[in-house]
Design a protein around this ligand. Structure first.
Ligand code: KIV
Ligand code: ZN
Length: 451
Protein backbone atom coordinates (compact mmCIF):
# COMPACT_ATOMS: atom_id res chain seq x y z
CA UNK A 1 0.00 0.00 0.00
CA UNK A 2 1.78 3.14 -1.19
CA UNK A 3 1.28 5.44 1.82
CA UNK A 4 1.08 2.80 4.51
CA UNK A 5 3.07 -0.09 5.96
CA UNK A 6 1.08 -2.26 8.30
CA UNK A 7 4.07 -3.50 10.27
CA UNK A 8 5.67 -0.43 11.93
CA UNK A 9 9.05 -2.20 12.05
CA UNK A 10 9.29 -2.94 8.33
CA UNK A 11 11.69 -0.69 6.41
CA UNK A 12 11.27 -0.43 2.65
CA UNK A 13 14.40 -0.49 0.53
CA UNK A 14 14.24 1.75 -2.53
CA UNK A 15 17.09 1.05 -4.92
CA UNK A 16 18.31 3.83 -7.18
CA UNK A 17 21.33 2.08 -8.75
CA UNK A 18 19.74 2.42 -12.18
CA UNK A 19 18.94 6.12 -11.74
CA UNK A 20 21.18 8.01 -9.28
CA UNK A 21 23.77 5.22 -9.62
CA UNK A 22 23.83 5.54 -13.37
CA UNK A 23 24.39 9.28 -12.92
CA UNK A 24 27.91 8.45 -11.70
CA UNK A 25 30.40 9.81 -14.20
CA UNK A 26 31.17 7.09 -16.75
CA UNK A 27 28.66 4.55 -15.45
CA UNK A 28 26.46 4.35 -18.54
CA UNK A 29 24.53 1.09 -18.86
CA UNK A 30 22.81 -0.46 -21.87
CA UNK A 31 19.15 -1.45 -21.70
CA UNK A 32 19.94 -5.16 -21.48
CA UNK A 33 22.41 -4.54 -18.67
CA UNK A 34 19.80 -2.50 -16.81
CA UNK A 35 17.23 -5.28 -17.17
CA UNK A 36 19.70 -7.85 -15.84
CA UNK A 37 20.55 -5.65 -12.87
CA UNK A 38 16.85 -5.05 -12.22
CA UNK A 39 16.31 -8.85 -12.20
CA UNK A 40 18.99 -9.18 -9.56
CA UNK A 41 17.41 -6.37 -7.54
CA UNK A 42 14.20 -8.39 -7.69
CA UNK A 43 16.04 -11.48 -6.40
CA UNK A 44 17.47 -9.33 -3.63
CA UNK A 45 13.92 -8.36 -2.68
CA UNK A 46 14.18 -4.58 -2.89
CA UNK A 47 10.75 -3.00 -2.46
CA UNK A 48 11.17 -0.32 -5.10
CA UNK A 49 13.40 -0.20 -8.17
CA UNK A 50 13.99 3.30 -9.48
CA UNK A 51 14.59 2.22 -13.05
CA UNK A 52 15.66 5.56 -14.53
CA UNK A 53 14.75 9.05 -15.62
CA UNK A 54 12.54 8.43 -18.67
CA UNK A 55 12.53 11.98 -20.10
CA UNK A 56 16.34 12.08 -20.09
CA UNK A 57 16.71 10.22 -23.41
CA UNK A 58 14.93 7.67 -25.61
CA UNK A 59 17.37 5.03 -24.30
CA UNK A 60 16.41 5.85 -20.72
CA UNK A 61 12.74 5.68 -21.61
CA UNK A 62 13.13 2.30 -23.33
CA UNK A 63 15.11 0.83 -20.45
CA UNK A 64 12.55 1.92 -17.86
CA UNK A 65 9.71 0.63 -20.00
CA UNK A 66 11.36 -2.73 -20.54
CA UNK A 67 12.01 -3.12 -16.82
CA UNK A 68 8.41 -2.16 -16.02
CA UNK A 69 7.05 -4.60 -18.61
CA UNK A 70 9.26 -7.51 -17.53
CA UNK A 71 10.67 -7.36 -14.00
CA UNK A 72 7.70 -5.23 -12.93
CA UNK A 73 5.29 -7.97 -13.96
CA UNK A 74 7.12 -11.04 -12.66
CA UNK A 75 5.31 -12.06 -9.52
CA UNK A 76 7.36 -14.26 -7.16
CA UNK A 77 5.81 -17.28 -5.45
CA UNK A 78 5.23 -15.34 -2.23
CA UNK A 79 3.41 -12.58 -4.12
CA UNK A 80 6.35 -10.21 -4.15
CA UNK A 81 6.66 -7.96 -7.14
CA UNK A 82 8.83 -4.86 -7.00
CA UNK A 83 7.41 -1.39 -7.44
CA UNK A 84 8.92 0.16 -10.59
CA UNK A 85 9.59 3.85 -10.26
CA UNK A 86 10.40 6.50 -12.85
CA UNK A 87 11.89 9.87 -11.92
CA UNK A 88 10.57 13.13 -13.34
CA UNK A 89 11.08 16.82 -12.74
CA UNK A 90 7.93 18.60 -11.61
CA UNK A 91 6.78 19.28 -15.18
CA UNK A 92 3.74 17.78 -16.87
CA UNK A 93 5.75 16.64 -19.88
CA UNK A 94 8.31 14.79 -17.69
CA UNK A 95 5.57 13.22 -15.63
CA UNK A 96 3.56 11.97 -18.56
CA UNK A 97 6.67 10.47 -20.19
CA UNK A 98 7.59 8.79 -16.89
CA UNK A 99 4.06 7.42 -16.61
CA UNK A 100 4.17 6.04 -20.15
CA UNK A 101 7.39 4.24 -19.29
CA UNK A 102 6.25 2.66 -16.02
CA UNK A 103 2.54 2.08 -16.42
CA UNK A 104 3.05 -1.51 -17.68
CA UNK A 105 4.34 -2.52 -14.23
CA UNK A 106 1.99 -4.11 -11.74
CA UNK A 107 3.03 -1.47 -9.21
CA UNK A 108 4.14 1.72 -10.93
CA UNK A 109 5.39 4.74 -9.02
CA UNK A 110 6.05 8.28 -10.20
CA UNK A 111 8.80 10.12 -8.34
CA UNK A 112 8.73 13.85 -8.89
CA UNK A 113 11.00 16.46 -7.36
CA UNK A 114 11.75 20.14 -7.11
CA UNK A 115 14.44 21.93 -5.11
CA UNK A 116 13.49 23.69 -1.87
CA UNK A 117 16.72 25.14 -0.49
CA UNK A 118 17.33 28.89 -0.77
CA UNK A 119 20.45 28.43 -2.88
CA UNK A 120 18.71 26.08 -5.33
CA UNK A 121 15.50 28.13 -5.58
CA UNK A 122 17.37 31.40 -6.13
CA UNK A 123 20.44 30.37 -8.12
CA UNK A 124 19.16 27.38 -10.09
CA UNK A 125 15.38 27.57 -10.42
CA UNK A 126 15.04 31.36 -10.12
CA UNK A 127 11.68 30.82 -8.43
CA UNK A 128 10.14 32.16 -5.25
CA UNK A 129 9.11 29.76 -2.49
CA UNK A 130 5.44 30.39 -3.39
CA UNK A 131 6.11 29.43 -7.00
CA UNK A 132 7.93 26.27 -5.89
CA UNK A 133 4.95 25.20 -3.76
CA UNK A 134 2.62 25.83 -6.68
CA UNK A 135 4.78 23.79 -9.09
CA UNK A 136 5.09 20.92 -6.59
CA UNK A 137 1.34 20.76 -6.01
CA UNK A 138 0.56 20.92 -9.72
CA UNK A 139 3.03 18.14 -10.43
CA UNK A 140 1.66 15.78 -7.80
CA UNK A 141 -1.93 16.48 -8.87
CA UNK A 142 -1.00 15.87 -12.47
CA UNK A 143 0.61 12.52 -11.63
CA UNK A 144 -2.54 11.56 -9.77
CA UNK A 145 -4.76 12.64 -12.66
CA UNK A 146 -2.96 10.12 -14.89
CA UNK A 147 -4.21 7.30 -12.68
CA UNK A 148 -1.04 6.81 -10.62
CA UNK A 149 -1.82 6.12 -6.97
CA UNK A 150 1.79 5.70 -5.83
CA UNK A 151 3.44 9.12 -5.92
CA UNK A 152 6.73 10.04 -4.33
CA UNK A 153 7.65 13.67 -3.87
CA UNK A 154 11.18 14.90 -3.09
CA UNK A 155 12.15 18.40 -1.97
CA UNK A 156 15.62 18.38 -3.50
CA UNK A 157 18.38 19.62 -1.17
CA UNK A 158 16.08 19.15 1.81
CA UNK A 159 19.20 18.77 3.97
CA UNK A 160 19.89 22.47 3.47
CA UNK A 161 16.28 23.70 3.25
CA UNK A 162 14.48 25.88 5.77
CA UNK A 163 12.44 23.49 8.01
CA UNK A 164 9.39 25.78 8.07
CA UNK A 165 9.34 25.89 4.29
CA UNK A 166 9.66 22.10 4.17
CA UNK A 167 6.64 21.71 6.49
CA UNK A 168 4.65 23.87 4.12
CA UNK A 169 5.66 22.35 0.79
CA UNK A 170 5.44 18.78 2.08
CA UNK A 171 2.02 19.39 3.67
CA UNK A 172 0.77 20.71 0.33
CA UNK A 173 2.28 17.71 -1.51
CA UNK A 174 0.41 15.33 0.81
CA UNK A 175 -2.82 17.21 0.25
CA UNK A 176 -2.27 16.98 -3.51
CA UNK A 177 -1.86 13.17 -3.33
CA UNK A 178 1.78 12.30 -2.52
CA UNK A 179 2.10 8.97 -0.71
CA UNK A 180 5.84 8.92 0.00
CA UNK A 181 7.85 11.96 1.05
CA UNK A 182 11.48 11.45 0.25
CA UNK A 183 13.93 13.68 2.10
CA UNK A 184 17.14 14.05 0.09
CA UNK A 185 20.33 15.22 1.69
CA UNK A 186 21.35 16.01 -1.87
CA UNK A 187 24.77 17.43 -1.05
CA UNK A 188 25.64 15.07 1.83
CA UNK A 189 25.68 18.05 4.17
CA UNK A 190 24.01 16.65 7.27
CA UNK A 191 25.51 14.91 10.31
CA UNK A 192 23.69 11.73 11.37
CA UNK A 193 22.15 13.32 14.48
CA UNK A 194 21.20 16.39 12.43
CA UNK A 195 19.54 14.35 9.68
CA UNK A 196 17.73 12.19 12.26
CA UNK A 197 16.37 15.38 13.80
CA UNK A 198 15.20 16.60 10.36
CA UNK A 199 13.17 13.41 9.89
CA UNK A 200 11.75 13.60 13.40
CA UNK A 201 10.72 17.25 13.03
CA UNK A 202 9.12 16.62 9.65
CA UNK A 203 7.10 13.73 11.06
CA UNK A 204 6.02 15.95 13.96
CA UNK A 205 5.23 19.10 11.99
CA UNK A 206 4.13 18.33 8.44
CA UNK A 207 0.34 18.41 8.23
CA UNK A 208 -0.89 14.93 7.26
CA UNK A 209 2.47 13.27 8.02
CA UNK A 210 0.71 10.26 9.55
CA UNK A 211 -0.74 9.37 6.12
CA UNK A 212 2.54 8.99 4.25
CA UNK A 213 5.84 7.13 4.38
CA UNK A 214 8.95 9.21 5.08
CA UNK A 215 12.02 8.24 3.09
CA UNK A 216 15.72 9.08 3.21
CA UNK A 217 17.98 9.76 0.24
CA UNK A 218 21.47 10.41 1.56
CA UNK A 219 24.56 11.32 -0.43
CA UNK A 220 28.04 10.47 0.69
CA UNK A 221 29.99 13.71 0.32
CA UNK A 222 31.21 13.44 3.93
CA UNK A 223 31.18 9.64 4.00
CA UNK A 224 28.01 9.70 6.13
CA UNK A 225 25.35 8.43 3.75
CA UNK A 226 24.86 5.08 5.46
CA UNK A 227 24.97 6.59 8.96
CA UNK A 228 22.49 9.30 7.95
CA UNK A 229 20.09 6.76 6.42
CA UNK A 230 20.16 4.71 9.61
CA UNK A 231 19.61 7.87 11.69
CA UNK A 232 16.57 8.49 9.49
CA UNK A 233 15.26 5.00 10.22
CA UNK A 234 15.85 5.51 13.95
CA UNK A 235 13.63 8.58 13.71
CA UNK A 236 10.79 6.93 11.81
CA UNK A 237 11.76 6.89 8.13
CA UNK A 238 10.35 3.69 6.69
CA UNK A 239 11.88 3.86 3.26
CA UNK A 240 15.62 4.14 2.69
CA UNK A 241 16.98 5.03 -0.73
CA UNK A 242 20.22 3.25 -1.56
CA UNK A 243 22.32 2.05 -4.47
CA UNK A 244 24.38 -1.09 -4.99
CA UNK A 245 28.06 -0.43 -4.12
CA UNK A 246 26.96 3.08 -3.12
CA UNK A 247 27.35 4.46 -6.64
CA UNK A 248 25.68 7.75 -7.52
CA UNK A 249 26.28 11.43 -8.16
CA UNK A 250 29.73 12.62 -6.96
CA UNK A 251 30.69 10.60 -3.85
CA UNK A 252 27.63 8.42 -4.34
CA UNK A 253 24.57 7.37 -2.36
CA UNK A 254 24.02 5.30 0.75
CA UNK A 255 25.15 1.81 -0.11
CA UNK A 256 22.48 -0.87 -0.32
CA UNK A 257 24.68 -3.59 1.14
CA UNK A 258 25.79 -1.45 4.10
CA UNK A 259 22.29 -0.27 4.97
CA UNK A 260 20.73 -3.72 4.50
CA UNK A 261 23.38 -5.53 6.56
CA UNK A 262 23.38 -2.88 9.29
CA UNK A 263 19.64 -3.39 9.70
CA UNK A 264 19.98 -7.18 9.41
CA UNK A 265 22.61 -7.28 12.17
CA UNK A 266 21.57 -4.39 14.41
CA UNK A 267 17.94 -3.68 13.54
CA UNK A 268 16.56 -5.66 16.45
CA UNK A 269 18.53 -4.01 19.23
CA UNK A 270 19.87 -0.62 18.24
CA UNK A 271 16.84 1.38 17.11
CA UNK A 272 15.27 2.23 20.48
CA UNK A 273 12.37 -0.08 21.09
CA UNK A 274 11.83 -0.78 17.40
CA UNK A 275 12.87 -4.11 15.89
CA UNK A 276 13.62 -3.00 12.36
CA UNK A 277 13.94 -5.36 9.42
CA UNK A 278 13.91 -5.24 5.61
CA UNK A 279 12.85 -7.65 2.87
CA UNK A 280 16.42 -8.01 1.55
CA UNK A 281 17.73 -11.52 1.00
CA UNK A 282 21.45 -10.93 1.61
CA UNK A 283 22.75 -13.94 -0.30
CA UNK A 284 22.18 -11.99 -3.50
CA UNK A 285 24.34 -9.08 -2.35
CA UNK A 286 27.65 -10.34 -3.76
CA UNK A 287 26.37 -11.40 -7.19
CA UNK A 288 24.49 -8.13 -7.60
CA UNK A 289 27.45 -6.08 -6.45
CA UNK A 290 29.75 -7.86 -8.90
CA UNK A 291 27.30 -7.43 -11.74
CA UNK A 292 27.03 -3.71 -11.05
CA UNK A 293 30.83 -3.41 -10.93
CA UNK A 294 31.16 -5.32 -14.16
CA UNK A 295 28.52 -3.45 -16.14
CA UNK A 296 29.23 0.07 -14.88
CA UNK A 297 33.00 -0.40 -14.93
CA UNK A 298 33.07 1.14 -11.45
CA UNK A 299 35.22 -1.12 -9.32
CA UNK A 300 34.80 -1.01 -5.57
CA UNK A 301 37.78 -0.04 -3.47
CA UNK A 302 39.30 -3.20 -1.92
CA UNK A 303 38.35 -2.12 1.61
CA UNK A 304 34.73 -1.25 0.72
CA UNK A 305 32.48 -2.50 3.52
CA UNK A 306 30.67 -5.80 2.79
CA UNK A 307 31.59 -6.16 -0.91
CA UNK A 308 35.23 -5.00 -1.20
CA UNK A 309 37.81 -7.63 -2.16
CA UNK A 310 39.38 -7.36 1.32
CA UNK A 311 36.14 -7.30 3.32
CA UNK A 312 36.68 -10.91 4.43
CA UNK A 313 40.48 -11.16 4.18
CA UNK A 314 42.67 -11.51 7.24
CA UNK A 315 46.27 -10.48 6.91
CA UNK A 316 48.07 -10.38 10.25
CA UNK A 317 49.20 -13.50 12.07
CA UNK A 318 47.16 -12.60 15.14
CA UNK A 319 44.00 -12.22 13.07
CA UNK A 320 44.64 -15.42 11.13
CA UNK A 321 45.21 -17.30 14.36
CA UNK A 322 41.91 -15.96 15.71
CA UNK A 323 40.10 -16.91 12.51
CA UNK A 324 41.39 -20.45 12.63
CA UNK A 325 40.15 -20.79 16.21
CA UNK A 326 36.80 -19.11 15.70
CA UNK A 327 35.64 -17.05 12.73
CA UNK A 328 33.58 -14.75 14.93
CA UNK A 329 36.79 -13.34 16.40
CA UNK A 330 37.19 -11.03 13.41
CA UNK A 331 34.02 -11.35 11.34
CA UNK A 332 30.65 -9.91 12.31
CA UNK A 333 28.90 -11.68 9.45
CA UNK A 334 29.88 -14.70 7.42
CA UNK A 335 30.85 -14.21 3.78
CA UNK A 336 28.42 -16.98 2.88
CA UNK A 337 25.56 -14.94 4.35
CA UNK A 338 26.14 -12.29 1.68
CA UNK A 339 26.63 -14.83 -1.11
CA UNK A 340 30.41 -14.94 -1.10
CA UNK A 341 31.81 -18.44 -1.04
CA UNK A 342 34.86 -18.56 1.19
CA UNK A 343 37.99 -19.82 -0.54
CA UNK A 344 35.75 -19.58 -3.50
CA UNK A 345 36.53 -22.77 -5.37
CA UNK A 346 33.13 -24.12 -4.64
CA UNK A 347 30.03 -23.26 -6.53
CA UNK A 348 26.89 -22.68 -4.47
CA UNK A 349 25.96 -26.27 -5.29
CA UNK A 350 29.21 -27.56 -3.79
CA UNK A 351 30.75 -28.38 -7.16
CA UNK A 352 34.32 -27.52 -8.12
CA UNK A 353 34.23 -25.82 -11.48
CA UNK A 354 37.16 -27.31 -13.35
CA UNK A 355 37.98 -28.93 -16.65
CA UNK A 356 35.62 -31.83 -16.01
CA UNK A 357 32.62 -29.65 -15.25
CA UNK A 358 29.68 -29.70 -17.58
CA UNK A 359 27.61 -26.96 -19.13
CA UNK A 360 24.92 -27.38 -16.50
CA UNK A 361 27.25 -26.72 -13.57
CA UNK A 362 28.70 -23.65 -15.25
CA UNK A 363 25.30 -22.33 -16.19
CA UNK A 364 24.00 -22.95 -12.64
CA UNK A 365 26.85 -21.00 -11.05
CA UNK A 366 26.46 -18.18 -13.57
CA UNK A 367 22.76 -18.05 -12.68
CA UNK A 368 23.68 -17.85 -9.01
CA UNK A 369 25.89 -14.92 -9.93
CA UNK A 370 22.91 -13.33 -11.69
CA UNK A 371 23.77 -14.11 -15.32
CA UNK A 372 20.84 -15.75 -17.04
CA UNK A 373 22.32 -16.47 -20.47
CA UNK A 374 20.54 -17.53 -23.62
CA UNK A 375 21.86 -20.68 -25.25
CA UNK A 376 24.04 -18.86 -27.76
CA UNK A 377 25.85 -16.80 -25.11
CA UNK A 378 26.13 -19.81 -22.83
CA UNK A 379 27.78 -21.81 -25.61
CA UNK A 380 30.39 -19.10 -26.12
CA UNK A 381 31.10 -18.76 -22.43
CA UNK A 382 31.24 -22.51 -21.97
CA UNK A 383 33.68 -23.01 -24.85
CA UNK A 384 36.03 -20.43 -23.35
CA UNK A 385 35.49 -21.92 -19.87
CA UNK A 386 36.77 -25.27 -21.15
CA UNK A 387 39.88 -23.67 -22.66
CA UNK A 388 40.72 -21.83 -19.46
CA UNK A 389 39.87 -24.78 -17.18
CA UNK A 390 42.35 -26.95 -19.11
CA UNK A 391 45.13 -24.63 -18.04
CA UNK A 392 44.04 -23.45 -14.63
CA UNK A 393 44.86 -25.71 -11.72
CA UNK A 394 42.35 -25.85 -8.89
CA UNK A 395 39.34 -24.81 -10.91
CA UNK A 396 37.77 -21.49 -11.80
CA UNK A 397 36.62 -19.00 -9.18
CA UNK A 398 33.76 -16.55 -9.37
CA UNK A 399 36.06 -13.77 -10.50
CA UNK A 400 37.26 -15.96 -13.35
CA UNK A 401 33.67 -16.59 -14.40
CA UNK A 402 32.97 -12.85 -14.29
CA UNK A 403 35.99 -12.28 -16.51
CA UNK A 404 34.76 -14.93 -18.95
CA UNK A 405 31.44 -13.15 -19.05
CA UNK A 406 33.03 -9.87 -20.09
CA UNK A 407 35.29 -11.65 -22.47
CA UNK A 408 33.00 -13.98 -24.28
CA UNK A 409 29.34 -13.42 -23.80
CA UNK A 410 29.21 -10.10 -25.57
CA UNK A 411 26.94 -8.84 -22.82
CA UNK A 412 29.36 -6.17 -21.77
CA UNK A 413 28.57 -2.61 -22.63
CA UNK A 414 31.00 -1.96 -25.46
CA UNK A 415 31.32 1.80 -25.53
CA UNK A 416 34.79 2.30 -26.98
CA UNK A 417 36.63 0.09 -29.44
CA UNK A 418 40.39 0.21 -29.95
CA UNK A 419 40.77 0.42 -33.71
CA UNK A 420 44.49 1.07 -33.95
CA UNK A 421 47.57 1.02 -31.76
CA UNK A 422 51.17 1.81 -32.64
CA UNK A 423 54.05 1.98 -30.18
CA UNK A 424 57.62 3.06 -30.90
CA UNK A 425 60.34 2.56 -28.39
CA UNK A 426 64.08 2.19 -28.13
CA UNK A 427 67.09 3.07 -26.03
CA UNK A 428 67.29 6.56 -27.45
CA UNK A 429 64.59 9.17 -27.56
CA UNK A 430 61.11 9.17 -26.17
CA UNK A 431 58.76 6.19 -26.41
CA UNK A 432 55.78 7.27 -28.48
CA UNK A 433 52.34 5.70 -28.78
CA UNK A 434 49.44 6.45 -31.05
CA UNK A 435 46.02 5.09 -30.16
CA UNK A 436 42.96 5.19 -32.35
CA UNK A 437 39.52 4.52 -30.84
CA UNK A 438 35.94 4.52 -32.02
CA UNK A 439 33.48 6.00 -29.54
CA UNK A 440 29.81 5.31 -28.80
CA UNK A 441 28.97 7.95 -31.44
CA UNK A 442 30.87 5.83 -34.03
CA UNK A 443 33.40 8.63 -34.50
CA UNK A 444 37.01 7.58 -34.69
CA UNK A 445 39.49 9.66 -32.69
CA UNK A 446 43.21 9.31 -32.22
CA UNK A 447 45.89 10.70 -30.02
CA UNK A 448 49.67 10.43 -29.89
CA UNK A 449 51.73 10.96 -26.80
CA UNK A 450 55.26 10.51 -25.56
CA UNK A 451 56.36 9.50 -22.12
O1 KIV B 1 19.92 13.75 -4.54
C1 KIV B 1 18.79 14.13 -4.87
O2 KIV B 1 18.28 15.14 -4.41
C2 KIV B 1 18.08 13.33 -5.87
C3 KIV B 1 16.65 13.67 -6.06
C4 KIV B 1 16.25 13.60 -7.50
C5 KIV B 1 15.82 12.74 -5.22
O3 KIV B 1 18.64 12.42 -6.43
ZN1 ZN C 1 20.45 11.81 -5.32
Amino acid sequence: IPGRIDDPNYVRIFDTTLRDGEQSPGATLTTSEKVEIARNLGRLGVDVIEAGFPIASPDDFNAVKEIADTVGREVYEDGYVPVICGLSRAFEKDISVAWDAIKGAKRPRIHTFIATSKIHMEAKLKKTPDEVVEIAVKAVKYAKSLGCDDIEFSPEDAGRSDPDFLYRVLGCAIEAGATTLNIPDTTGWNMPWEFGEVIKKLRDNVPGAENVIFSTHCHNDLGLATANSLAGALNGARQLEVSVNGIGERAGNASMEEVAMAIALKGKDMFDSQALYTGINPVYITPTSKMVEEYTGMKCQPHKAIVGANAFMHESGIHQDGMIKNKSTYEIMSPESIGLNRGNQQSGAGIVLGKHSGRNAVSTRLKELGYDLDIEKLNKVFARFKEVAEKKKGGLEDDDLEALMSDQAGVINEMWKVTGLQVMSGDAGMPTATVKMEGPDKMERYVSATG
